[in-house]
Design a protein around this ligand. Sequence first.
Ligand code: MG
Length: 303
Amino acid sequence: MSDIDLSGSPYETLDPRFDALVNSNARLERLATGCRWAEGPAYFPAGRFLVWSDIPNDRILRWDESDGHVSEFRSPAGYTNGHTVDREGRLVSCEHLARRVTRTEIDGTITVLADRYQGQRLNSPNDVVVRSDGSVWFTDPSYGIDHDYEGRRQEREVDGCHVYRIDPDTMEVARVTQDFDRPNGLAFSPDESRLYIADSGAPRHIRAFDVVDGRTLSGGEVFAVCDAGIFDGFRFDEAGRLWTSAGDGVHCFEPDGTLIGKIRVPETVANVCFGGPHRNRLFITATTSVYAVYLLLRGARTF
Ligand code: MG
């Protein structure tokens, strides 16, 4: 990918509202490359660095915002996939190999938050978000146990691919959805009243749920259907717009579900997150590389 040309405008406006969100002078930048499948970006404001997973190479990489240096953060890494930063500034990770969700504590030790549901091993947790009440919500498709590329081929134990919530007080793992094929990315709306979940199986779309009492979900109508590849991971900006990965780049949806524009990326995008000291930079993990672009908005405080 050393020959890619990022000198042109990456923006594709589908609705005039999109023009107010992008700086026509700001170009897509490639911050790192050399991965096999880059996923799970998470930005640490206190340290001004980004971590992400290179899943098939079984490592977590780190990009230092102060000088652009890229280094290995952890390897082997248990074939991690999605990451997030919780409200205490700790890294929360989905691990394919050990089929679990873990938290890297401030002292560097790793705590297992969930690896089973009602005594049965999870499939391969894929993406994770932490609500402001400390509850941890994650998706559990089977990509990490279906073959040996993004983990290790293993038998399924739970009956399907579902979404789960870890209670912050009891650590009990509760199932919150029953009707997904391959639940994948997920994110709370800025006010945390709704949870959005992508299905990267069939059909390929993002659904929106109401969060009831901070614990259960209701509704689940289709919010957006993917017109290029699949929706994988996504995040919200401060105004409640949804910025999601897709096959041809990043798609931006208004809160009412209107697709207003795209940021074209030269590789297939798996996930995004907002970062930088002002949360106005969108980091994009895309196949072999990590890209970034400055936008005229800020990401939501939900991570
Ligand atoms: Mg994913």
